[in-house]
Design a protein around this ligand. Structure first.
Ligand SMILES: Nc1nc2c(ncn2[C@@H]2O[C@H](COP(=O)(O)OP(=O)(O)OP(=O)(O)O)[C@@H](O)[C@H]2O)c(=O)[nH]1
Ligand SMILES: [Zn+2]
Length: 337
């Protein structure tokens, strides 16, 4: 079993969680006039495969970027040999500003945060309804990471041929998270992929899930091997399909609708040390006005929190506050996380 660990393919810039909630900024570097733009598809032991004009180019980070790491999904500027031919190596000289960051703390007792995927719009949280049993706390923690990082969540519930989705759907009803439920047969006839694809059009979606939930089955149905030519080199190098690297991997959806699927290694935990409640609450716009009377740096789960009164006065649905607090509570690590 794998978990995101202390390896270098994620952005492991040594940085303390920032209490003020401001994001680290991309450094401004002297201009490389001849640099071209590309997107990072995968990272393997410091080698980054970038898509430049439809061809995969292997690159390394230029020393001038310092400790800042480029991660999958990053828009980067490259110089040097951009032919993409065997044994050539380009240099990444700039990392573009990120529109979103899926980040995790390696372990809850590890104070360093790591960016797993940059610039994804959506986080697909893949959960089996049985075998393995759903783990609501893990789902909740993924939701918090999504809200914190600026990604909208999508619940993908697999293996509904083994157990019904009702209890889980009820649990997430108040959150209004879009969901797709799939069965084994639907993978055979293609209906599952079709239904999931409806949610992916034109977007960049990072897929996360515990090992064994059927994530590989799903990703293979979404991006069949013959459509992986853009990343064909990547697959040849990393042997993906079977996950052999610790990095995420970006795969293109079909050309017509566009969009990307970013497959990530199976997760067992999702450290949330870095999460700031004030960012999570932005995913609850109906509750935001109610926080005006909160004490400074309110955790929104303390006696003086103004949200109780706000809900009691009928300004928002109490179930929403219950859900918010349930999510915020998952930031505390527990046995089994
Ligand atoms: N019953 C049932 N089994 C499924 C379904 N989808 C996938 N499986 C099975 O579940 C097992 C795990 O599927 P994978 O796609 O390998 O799961 P994964 O999440 O990628 O797991 P790792 O490769 O360990 O990360 C396989 O034996 C699949 O055949 C489904 O909808 N129903
Ligand atoms: Zn509060």
């Amino acid at each position: 079993m794998r978990r995101y660990g202390k390896h270098t393919d994620e952005d492991d810039i040594r940085q303390r969680p920032n209490r003020k909630g401001t994001r680290p900024r991309t450094s401004i570097r002297p201009k490389h006039e001849d640099a071209v733009e590309g997107m990072v598809l995968t990272v393997d032991r410091g080698r980054l495969t970038c898509l430049v004009d439809d061809r995969p180019v292997t690159a390394m980070k230029a020393r001038e970027l310092g400790r800042k790491a480029a991660v999958v999904g990053d828009r980067v500027s490259l110089v040097g040999d951009l032919s993409g031919e065997k044994d050539t190596l380009a240099r990444i000289v700039r990392i573009g500003e990120r529109s979103s960051v899926l980040r995790r703390t390696a372990d809850d007792d590890d104070p360093y945060e790591r960016v797993v995927v940059a610039n994804a719009d959506q986080l697909a949280i893949v959960t089996a309804l049985a075998d393995p049993e759903p783990r609501p706390r893990l789902i909740d923690r993924c939701l918090v990471a999504a809200y914190d990082g600026g990604l909208s969540p999508l619940l993908v519930l697999t293996k509904s041929d083994l157990a019904p989705p009702d209890a889980l759907l009820e649990m997430y009803g108040a959150l209004g998270v879009p969901h797709v439920v799939t069965t084994r047969d639907e993978f055979v006839d293609g209906a599952a992929a079709e239904r999931v694809r409806e949610h992916l059009k034109g977007r960049t979606t990072a897929f996360v899930g515990h090992s064994g939930v059927g994530k590989t089955t799903l990703v293979n149905a979404l991006v069949p091997p013959e459509r992986r030519r853009t990343t064909g080199v990547v697959n040849a190098v990393t042997g993906r399909g079977r996950h052999t690297t610790t990095s995420a991997l970006a795969l293109p959806l079909d050309d017509e609708e566009g969009g990307w699927v970013i497959d990530t290694p199976g997760v067992r935990s999702f450290g949330l040390n870095h999460v700031d409640p004030s960012r999570v609450i932005l995913a609850f716009p109906d509750l935001v006005p109610g926080t005006e009377n909160c004490p400074r740096a309110c955790s929104h789960d303390e006696p003086d929190c103004a949200l109780d009164a706000y809900v009691a006065e009928g300004h928002a649905d109490p179930a929403r506050l219950v859900s918010l607090r349930r999510l915020l509570a998952t930031r505390e690590r527990r046995e089994g996380d």
